[in-house]
Design a protein around this ligand. Sequence first.
Ligand code: ATP
Ligand code: MG
Length: 609
Amino acid sequence: MSRIKEEKVTEKLNLGIWRKLFKYLSEFKNSLIFLAFLMVIVAGIDSIMPLLTKYAIDNLVEKHTTETLKTFALVFFSIVAVQAINVKIFIRQAGKIETELAYHIRKMGFKKLQELSFSYYDNSSVGWLMSRMTSDVARLSEVISWGLIDMVWAIVMMIGFIGIMLFYNVKLTLISMCVVPPLFIIGMFFQKKILKAYRSVRKLNSQLTSDFNEEVAGAKTTKTLVREDENLNEFKYDADKMRHSSVRAGIFSALFLPIVISMGSIGTGFAIWFGGNSVMLHGLSYGTFVMFISYTVQFFDPVSQLAGTIAEIQQAQASAERIISLVETKPDIWDKEQVVKIYGDLFNPKKENWEKINGDIEFNNLYFSYKNGEKVFEDFNLKVKKGDTIALVGETGSGKSTIVNLLCRFYEPTSGEILIDGKDYRERSLLWLQSNIGYVLQSPHLFRGTIKDNIKYGKLDATNEEIERAAKLVNAHQFIIENEKGYDLEVGEGGGSLSTGQKQLISFARAIVGNPAIFVLDEATSSIDTENERIIQNAIEKILSDRTSFVVAHRLSTIVSADKILVIKQGKIYESGDHKQLMKMKGYYYKLYTNQRLEEKEMESINAS
Ligand SMILES: Nc1ncnc2c1ncn2[C@@H]1O[C@H](COP(=O)(O)OP(=O)(O)OP(=O)(O)O)[C@@H](O)[C@H]1O
Ligand SMILES: [Mg+2]
């Protein structure tokens, strides 16, 4: 099972990161300001409540009169009512902002993931990207909406409390507030410990989830490799660690509140001691005295709240950093500004300016190496005429997939050029090229959804007739209508409910539904039964007939009729010619072909006997 990388967490609060993040969230500025404004009112009202108590004691209780009681009660109830409405509004508002923020950030991330090129996915695992888009986004939107509320509330409360107290008695304020700084420091300490423990619980939780995931996905492989025992041990180890962290988080939480309350009580004690004396000796009113006690008792609330929020923001900073780094990743392959001006971009193509493609292809002095330094081509040259079928054969790792990936501009040449209809393909837009190429990957992937949806991926506005025509052309129509649901059959995640051959036929239909001028087939090595093989063979022949095609073939029967067969060896064209010419040469291709024929004959005789 794979280990999730240890997360690097920046401890210091870094305002730069947050400022950058808010740049991407500028459309939320007004709603966030509104939310903060609401919280100022809520906290303002919260902080004058003890003041009302003071008024009641001094003007009603002390004076033994009920003269103003009615007005007082009225004022009191209206304030409480206003507060109730405020609370309802802010909870709804914060919830709304949280959801919208999450949606906005996910959309931003998703858009970026679509812009990024193949090479980005070489180095980023699905799991990593998934947790960016789920847990990081959730944590951020929560901390921005609810964290803002808590922070504004706590700060306004503290300012309000201190302001009112100072107004009534400076000395008493200073005395009872002397416990606040240590209270804050202790609060921060505990909140950090608690959050850290919870973070570790969360991390282990996602580790366990990913273990589960892998376990389920790889269950069959595990069984064949007899790895059940090892996997179970790894799982137990993580589960134990998770229990340990959970207990730790529990202990810290349990300790935190009593300590904070004790500290707060010390402040209250000071207030009572000095305040009591002042009442007796210096004419401090009873109401003021009670008010002071009530402020000091309540003071620990915003203090611990603020400490908690700051700790949470610090923890969420790592999420913010990761999201920003994702959003700011520059795709390796991108259209130049002049090209975008004419052809439009990925999301707003200007199809009216697109030239019709012809299908001539030329590789010119092509050099290519992968980012990790793996040199694949040095001075590769190839000319392909419109409508020709080029077959690529060769050992594994010789560079066949790389050639077709370069042609589709999933990667770009390190130097040299690829010309389509005589023009460097970087002079036209990515979307133009890729809309004109039908590509069946070495390991075709079907998406969750119906067969129809899956074929439609090749041309989003395809009509039912077009879909059916494509399916018929690739011999998929027959097996599709043989099931009850026909084109509306759910294929299951990754096409799980279809056979390998059926998946392949659907991916053919998807590749040609847009009637592309160029067709690329990176044939899978997996063997298919002879019945299906014949169907697929026939489908391929029909597809290839009137397009410029590149076929990477493992079963040579697929390509005997190709216009040109290239044997690729270590990034070089080792042999080239049509089937007859290559057989005459009695070289690599000849050996490969005769061996395969021999194997096939053996299989046939085994099956026959
Ligand atoms: N994404 C990648 N990053 C780095 N190196 C790569 C990447 N893809 C392929 N390579 C390397 O480039 C070389 C050519 O690989 P390529 O996939 O083109 O081979 P292939 O001929 O298609 O092999 P196969 O028949 O197994 O599909 C290999 O040495 C391979 O290790
Ligand atoms: Mg390959």
